[in-house]
Write a protein that binds this ligand. Sequence first.
Ligand code: SF4
Length: 224
Amino acid sequence: MQRRGIFGVPIRRVLLELRKLYHPPKTFLHFRTPLDLLIATILSAQCTDVRVNLVTRTILYPKYRTARDYLDVSRRGLERDIQTCGFYRTKAKNIQKMCQLLVTRFRGKVPQTVEELTELPGVGRKTAAIILSAAFGKNEGIACDTHVIRLSQRLGLTRHHDPKKIEIDLMRLLPRRQWGVINPLLISHGRAVCTARSRKCDLCVFQKECPSSLTMERKDLAQK
Ligand code: SF4
């Protein structure tokens, strides 16, 4: 049986086509360890992945490897290292608070459950799902960022606007083993074809069946 959103493209087709287009599905933030990914995710708020990757690769990763390393530097020093990522004061504060908790409560290791991860300052369900999937290969949820929300709505996989409800809709549609890949796949398509500002429906593989296809809308109007 085809699993289908309320009125949209069958989820199996969404997965099949996106896997062909964006292979292999991968996270956009570079990391070596789970801690790297946590730090990169904090830095990525209100900042491009390109900028974050530049800062982590050239400044942070050569200098910091453990949670203790981020505590051994002064707040001002850390702020200087990350200042091109924006909101650097808040981000430096959150990074050091998070690393303090990692050291005191988790022996410097990144925990592997949603409950423990969301105890960390600045880590919500979305970040926890990304860390668990990308760094530990555990599918405990689906990270619903702006691209995932937009694409899920346009493809007719959900009628909701609340990220938590969209996550539940996607979890119901997808087998658990696919929860981790849908996020990078939808982000890739959301960046390349179905962007917030312009939908390139004429070039999209879902053009014929997507309920939000502008091409279909234009044809409908022409027939009236
Ligand atoms: S057909 Fe258009 S609206 Fe639908 S997913 Fe593709 S680009 Fe987005």
